[in-house]
Design a protein around this ligand. Structure first.
Ligand code: ADP
Length: 529
């Protein structure tokens, strides 16, 4: 049957030879019996044998695919093995395909038969020695498998190289490569966009080509190649641009490329336009400076204005007291003066608070910290507030009552400022706790004795979650409080927090609306300082 190609199912031949089934062998012989016997010899190797019963069939098979080796009978009618081999060699795809000629003559004679001119890889004489045939075919099959693996690897490498090139070309950041002498060998389109220099103009030119003359000289000595550096190199500079263009600041980062022997092959790097970033940072620094100066000015103003207000307010209070002492004052005038007096007192309190806050803000170093026993300090406070507490029907107590046998915690704090801070917390607790409520003050050690804690716990109205982060701000009062007629300046907690912070302490709060609040003061323990 001319013109037919018969692949052999090699899977059955050797179950271990799965990979070998990918190796195609072309067997060209006009004699079906001889083809059968060659296939039988090769079958243990598991290769895929494609049969061709003439030179013409062989050439057609070669058009369809490449073969690891061609086993070619020399004596065939119409087109003999050598002639077929001649055509095989003429095709570029098969010019290197190894051919093993099967000849009835001995090898020496076959050599004379110009076979070597046709690039024959080997000869085998008929009748065929099975072991010899298998050995020869295996050599070429292995070479074929190895070549296939290499070309697969090459295809993979090419694919990832293509992907990398695409990524580099499309990257929104400048990418470049320089050789060991700091000369450009590659730049991507974004690099050109940033620097205004086309790749062709950069090629072979030095790295500092992109730097403006002012930035070039200080950086020159530090260029990666010049400095012989072997680690990441980074610098920020102004790009060389025409005078009428606004300055452009860039950040360059380069990474060394090292050969297997550790020798420097050059550098790859990125170039990012950070002009906007730099301008934004400069603007932020300027804005912060202005804000700080304004706050300082405000504080100074508040402190000095309060100071100036203090004297006249004290004098107003003094004069009103004198007039109130006048027994001939009419009832109506007394009522009016009482209102004036209370308001003047509030004004005086506000001025005091502002002055205290100003001091805490301006100079925290005025704190005079010393070992301060907490139990006597709190006991004194509890007794000084007890009259007010019972007047508003609130139970104020130390809780738990300190055991005289247990050593009292000692904080490293400024006793006066601490007392003032606690006074503010207790006043608040009294203000915001309705009659019948309870305020308890506790003392404990924390951080394995490294710090001490004072808690002021009340069963008052509590603080809504939306307000809790603002209550330490100056002049802040929660909305729920603003809706009541409870008076206040919104300065008490701001003062307490700043004073405690100036003593290296912390003031925190937890609160549940309708249930009460807990203010916790944490201070360093005296022995830990
Ligand atoms: P003032 O008490 O003069 O309003 P503060 O700075 O002392 O100002 O307190 C700020 C705000 O924090 C108060 O107006 C109130 O909303 C809230 N607050 C402080 N302490 C308590 C408390 N113990 N219970 C409920 N709310 C409190």
């Amino acid at each position: 049957m001319r013109g037919q190609i018969h692949p052999v199912n090699s899977q059955r031949a050797d179950p271990r030879a799965n990979d070998n089934s990918a190796v195609p062998i072309l067997l060209v012989d006009d004699n079906a019996g001889k083809r059968l016997s060659v296939k039988a010899i090769l079958s243990p190797l598991g290769y895929r044998v494609v049969e061709a019963e003439s030179g013409g069939d062989a050439l057609r098979a070669l058009i369809l695919e490449d073969f690891a080796v061609i086993l070619m009978d020399v004596r065939m009618p119409i087109m003999d093995g050598f002639e077929t081999a001649g055509y095989v060699r003429q095709r570029v795809q098969s010019e290197l395909t190894p051919i093993i000629f099967i000849t009835a003559q001995d090898k020496a004679e076959a050599t004379n038969l110009k076979a070597y001119d046709l690039g024959a890889a080997d000869f085998i004489t008929s009748p065929i020695n099975p072991a010899e045939l298998r050995a020869k075919v295996s050599v070429f099959a292995n070479l074929y498998l190895r070549a296939e693996q290499l070309s697969e690897r090459a295809r993979e490498l090419q694919a990832s190289a293509d992907q990398l090139t695409l990524l580099t070309e499309a990257a929104p950041i400048g990418i470049f490569r320089i050789d060991a002498d700091d000369n450009y060998v590659y730049t991507n389109p974004s690099w050109t966009e940033i620097t205004g220099i086309a790749f062709a103009d950069a090629l072979g030119r030095p790295l500092d080509l992109v730097m403006s003359p002012q930035t070039r000289s200080p950086i020159r000595g530090e260029l990666p190649g010049t400095a012989g550096s072997r680690s990441t190199w980074s610098c920020r500079f102004e790009v060389d641009q025409p005078a009428d263009m606004p300055p452009r600041i860039v950040q360059l980062t380069a990474q060394p490329l090292l050969g297997e022997d550790g020798a420097g092959l050059g550098w790859v790097g990125t170039l990012a336009d950070v002009t906007a970033d730099t301008a934004a940072k400069a603007a932020m620094v300027a804005a912060r400076d202005v804000a700080e100066a304004t706050v300082l000015m405000q504080n100074n103003f508040a402190a000095s204005a309060s100071h100036e207000l203090k004297t006249p307010t004290a004098s107003i209070l003094g004069f009103i007291e004198e007039v109130l002492d006048n027994e001939f004052l009419s009832e109506d005038d007394r009522k009016i003066l009482d209102i004036v007096y209370r308001n003047a007192q509030r004004l005086s309190q506000l001025i005091d608070d502002l002055l205290t806050l100003g001091q805490a803000d301006i100079d925290p170093s005025t704190m005079r910290a010393e070992p301060t026993a907490l139990v006597p300090l709190v006991q004194a406070l509890v007794s000084s507030f007890s009259a007010i507490a019972s007047a508003v029907d609130v139970d104020l107590a130390f809780d738990p009552v300190p055991d005289p046998d247990v050593e009292s915690p000692v904080a490293f704090a400024d006793p006066q400022r601490l007392e003032q801070s606690l006074t503010n917390l207790i006043s608040n607790a009294l203000k915001f706790t309705p009659p019948g409520g309870r305020i308890s003050i506790g003392i404990s050690c924390a951080d394995e004795g490294g710090s001490v804690q004072l808690t002021v716990r009340d069963t008052g109205m509590g603080i809504e979650p939306s307000a809790i982060h603002n209550i330490f701000d100056r002049f802040y009062r929660a909305d729920s409080v603003m809706r009541t007629d409870i008076k206040g300046s919104g300065l008490g907690l701001a003062i307490a927090q700043r004073m405690i912070a100036a003593q290296n302490g912390k003031l925190c709060v937890t609160s549940v609306v309708g249930k009460g609040s807990v203010f916790t003061v944490t201070l360093p323990a005296a022995h830990s300082v």
